[in-house]
Design a protein around this ligand. Structure first.
Ligand SMILES: [Zn+2]
Ligand SMILES: [Zn+2]
Length: 243
């Protein structure tokens, strides 16, 4: 079945995510946008995934557990998981690899933790946008071990992408798929990253504000309507464009 997706959305737990990006609001806006599949992918944390999944279910949407890892090299990697348990387990691992820099809410923004009633129940103390001590060269295997998938994020951006910090995506990083923004030039990216030749790519909003959530546009062919089924389809590139 053809399903419309947005697999990269930030909530108010990301310091740069707007206060209005609550799990409930994101689910409501994603539903209005016509999406079938959505993922909250906060910087270095999956702690809003469970609450978001409950809201998504109320709207009849599928939530894929996710986080956006900021690696040791300061490159962003979108990590998608087959279930909430493996996402939460990886969250603990990533948190243990953070450098211990305290967040400064006045400077970076608040990192709000909300419950299933959309009420604030806590604040993350450590700065989540700091690089975790996990390498770009290890993340694909770490995710595969968990039945998940690692996707180098917004590879056309001049900051916080693998090409921005390491020059290009190398064969021995073992990525099967990449993320390109809607402004990305696929032909230029193929020249810069020949290791991605013939491999599928996805396009997400990377929304930080509710108004960043666009109407449905990008779709994928999914055989089994579960997070694991979405990961299978991503790995195989079903219904996706290729570089
Ligand atoms: Zn990013
Ligand atoms: Zn992002």
């Amino acid at each position: 079945m053809k399903l419309y997706y947005d697999l990269h959305i930030h909530s108010c737990l990301s310091p740069c995510g707007d206060r209005q990006m609550t799990p409930a609001n994101i689910a409501g806006m994603a539903f209005l946008a016509g999406l079938d599949i959505a993922a909250v992918a906060d910087h270095n944390t999956a702690r809003h995934c469970r609450v978001f999944a409950a809201w998504a279910e109320r709207y009849g949407m599928l939530a894929v557990p996710a986080l956006e890892l900021n690696t040791r090299e300061d490159a962003h990697i979108l990590c998608l998981f087959p279930d909430l348990e493996s996402a939460e387990d990886f969250d603990v691992f990533v948190h243990s690899r953070l450098p211990g820099i305290k967040n400064r809410p006045d400077f970076f923004g608040e990192q709000l933790i909300l419950d299933e009633d959309d009420q604030i129940v806590g604040r993350e103390e450590l700065l989540l946008t700091a690089g975790a001590d996990i390498s770009v060269y290890d993340i694909a295997e770490l995710m595969e071990q968990r039945g998940g998938i690692a996707i180098p994020a917004h590879i056309d951006r001049p900051a916080n992408s693998v090409p921005a910090h390491l020059g290009f995506i190398a064969e021995d990083m073992h990525f099967d798929i990449s993320e390109i923004t809607r402004q990305g030039d696929a032909d230029a990216l193929l020249v810069q990253n020949p290791a991605l030749a013939g491999k599928p790519y996805i396009t997400n909003s990377d929304a930080h504000y509710l108004h960043d959530l666009p109407d449905k546009e990008y779709s994928i062919e999914v055989q089994e309507r579960t997070p694991a089924g979405v990961i299978v389809a991503l790995r195989a590139g079903f219904g996706l464009s290729r570089l």
